[in-house]
Design a protein around this ligand. Structure first.
Ligand SMILES: [Zn+2]
Length: 403
């Protein structure tokens, strides 16, 4: 379907360009000999298209179409097509030739600069892309909004977070982007990146300032809440830390696995293990959290023995089957079993464990990338907040699907 669209679009662009080119034949730039060459080139190009060789077709059409004020848009589009097909060097040549033309209209020269910058980004030549995009910004025309978006991509790649925030703030002044969740979420992450650098250097005041700034972009930024909880815990404000961690649970229960360790340590510091157990039971019941069930089973097993802990895991497996709970339950069942059975059960358990260790735990909901580690930005498609645990919470997942 996509390739059909490609041919249709290409043909429309070419025929339109050709007709416009024909209208320009009264100009003394072409002789009748070159006119027949043009026809020849068109038939060669069409032949390539019909033979499923679009790249050769694009080349032929670009060669055949004289650049003039009527065909310049077609050249711009053909260059972009080349880039999308991975022929970045050729795309750069086409757009550079356009930009070198004297007396280009201001809007048009910005469009060419933008396309050329996209080529440079695709080729990894970020310095050149940045220079062109800044020229568009300095010009102040409508193309500056697109240029800002591309500059954010560049600064994000180069980890120049401050510059990325500054471009995001400028872009957010445009009513068209003011409520763009990806833009707002991205800006909050840029602040969190800086906050983490300060955290690394133990500059806690600066960490708090960046967290505050992150919340101005995204009030429910999970990453900022986790960072704030971290700071509160480090500074001994355990109740405040717990409050932040519970805000994360309310906003995104799929993050429970990341909350359990800091929550356990805060409740321990407050000598409130009973409170923690109550919370874990709520997480198991309301969020079907396997991770909470595992921690709860461990606590209960240490206090009251394996029977009650096994019940918790069995109940959990009924609601949310998972390898983690199964492995834990099998482990508990080994106690009190006679030696021969225990040894064969153990080897079975090791097999299941090995399989669990080899499988990915997170995946990107945008591009499908799978990973054992959690990332805020998908390493593959570079989108923020798209990496989620593979084993989603069943009751919440159903809720999301209907929303
Ligand atoms: Zn992705």
């Amino acid at each position: 379907m996509e390739s059909l669209m490609f041919y249709v679009l290409l043909l429309i662009a070419i025929i339109a360009g050709w007709l416009l080119g024909r209208l320009g034949f009264s100009k003394p730039t072409r002789t009748s000999a070159s006119e027949s060459d043009l026809f020849q080139d068109y038939f060669v190009g069409l032949n390539y298209l019909l033979n499923d060789e679009p790249d050769e077709a694009i080349d032929t059409f670009i060669k055949a179409l004289e650049i003039n004020s009527e065909t310049i848009e077609t050249h711009l589009a053909l260059g972009a097509l080349l880039r999308r097909r991975g022929k970045v060097d050729k795309a750069i040549n086409v757009h550079q030739a356009l930009l070198a033309r004297p007396n280009l209209e201001r809007d048009f020269s910005n469009s060419v600069r933008l396309q050329l910058a996209l080529n440079y980004i695709a080729a990894g030549l970020l310095d050149r892309a940045e220079r062109l995009l800044k020229e568009i910004l300095d010009d102040g025309g409508e193309a500056k909004w697109d240029a800002l978006g591309q500059l954010i991509t560049i600064y994000q790649t180069e980890k120049e977070w401050q510059k990325a925030i500054s471009c995001s703030s400028k872009l957010l002044k445009n009513p068209r982007f003011r409520k763009d969740p990806a833009l707002l979420g991205g800006a909050a992450h840029f602040c969190c990146e800086i906050a983490e650098q300060h955290l690394h250097n133990k500059q806690f005041t600066q960490v708090r300032a960046e967290i505050k700034r992150a919340f101005t972009f995204e009030r429910k930024s999970i990453r900022a809440m986790l960072l704030l909880a971290n700071i509160e815990k480090r500074e001994g404000n355990y109740k405040a830390a717990i409050k932040e961690l519970l805000r994360v649970r309310a906003a995104k229960p799929e993050f429970i696995s990341q909350l359990l360790e800091p929550l356990a340590s805060c409740y321990e510091s407050l000598s409130a293990s009973g409170e923690f157990e109550k919370l874990l039971r709520a997480m198991v019941l309301e969020d079907s959290s396997t991770e909470a069930a595992l921690v709860l089973a461990k606590m209960v097993s240490a206090r009251s023995g394996n029977a009650e802990a096994s019940d918790i895991l069995r109940e959990q497996l009924k609601h949310a089957p998972s390898q983690g709970a199964l492995i834990e339950l099998l482990g508990l069942q080994l106690d009190g079993v006679d030696e021969d059975v225990a040894s064969s059960l153990k080897s079975l358990l090791n097999l299941v464990k090995a399989q669990a260790q080899g499988s990915s735990e997170y995946s990107c909901h945008h591009c499908g990338f799978e990973t054992k580690r959690f990332f805020w930005m998908c390493p593959s498609c570079k989108k923020w907040d798209k990496i989620r645990p593979i084993k989603e919470l069943p009751n919440r997942q159903a809720g999301n699907a209907s929303s």
